[in-house]
Design a protein around this ligand. Sequence first.
Ligand code: AMP
Ligand code: TRP
Length: 332
Amino acid sequence: MTRKRILSAIQPTNSSLHIGNYLGAVKQWVEFQNENDAFYCVADLHALTVETDPEVLRSRTLAAAAQLIALGVHPEKCTLFLQSHVAAHSQMAWIMECMTGFGEASRMTQFKDKSQKSGSERTVVGLFTYPMLMAADILLYQADYVPVGEDQRQHIELTRDLAGRFNSRFGKTFQMPEPYILKASSKINDLQDPTSKMSKSASSNQGILDIMDSPQVNAKKIKSAMTDTGREIRFDEKEKPGISNLLTIHSSISGRSIADLEIEFAGKGYGDFKGAVAEVFVDYFSPIRERALDLINKENELLDILHEGAKKASEVAGATLESAYSKVGLAR
Ligand code: AMP
Ligand code: TRP
């Protein structure tokens, strides 16, 4: 099989990724980089659609990059960069904005949800044009596949519409990208409300496992996770959502099958089981957290890595931008 071009991005909206981000997205990025030509981006420009203190945005952006590297996104195996380091993203976004219908953009459900929540006076235009910047992110790299969560599917559909429209109007310029919807099987739920997804915006602090939190804090959260009143360690999302979620977490980290874990913990109590999940979690994430903290402390080294990535990214993105600019009639 030939190597495919992959592009994905994550917004630096928090100072720590949580275990759902890792198991649901970043872990698969790490797998893709081996067999493919992967471009991974920290979408710092997208993060500007929500008002954030400048110092906070800056440190979250660098922390996101550090965590990606610590989790195994390898700057030698893929191209890792910050969106704002590659000017072509903003430049191509304008082209995309001029190709998108107002009505078409108004139908984006994420925009509708987010803008309804904050009201039209407090919604910035950047939130409306966000999907066109995302289309630029993808099309600049001629990506074959875009691994994303289900919530981003509509934005990929828009990107495909824009690619098709541009290609048919101006001649083939962009590769048609395919969404690669990340497996829902690794969906991680809130520890305190195990029937809803673990999420930075919806979960309480006790319900979420941040990889940058101290091992002690996370072990404690796992040990106080909500479980049912029964005694059996058995995977049953309906009757035992809490235990099932913990089984998923253990299995995803340890690589052991759920069936195997059910056998190991047959006849044992919830306390023993939670202790084992906490141990697996701490053993796995402690060195990762240390590595990320180390990179955050060596900011210059981290920035060097990112500038290196941006250089590689700019070559690909710059060529696509030039071609698109001249196709639409901008005199070069
Ligand atoms: P977010 O910043 O919340 O949009 O998350 C970024 C990506 O992480 C999503 O597109 C998902 O692929 C993944 N993700 C987030 N939360 C979870 C979760 N609770 N379980 C599994 N994957 C998740
Ligand atoms: N909008 C995506 C999210 O919130 C992040 C993102 C920005 C992205 N640009 C992208 C994802 C390009 C895939 C491809 O999760």
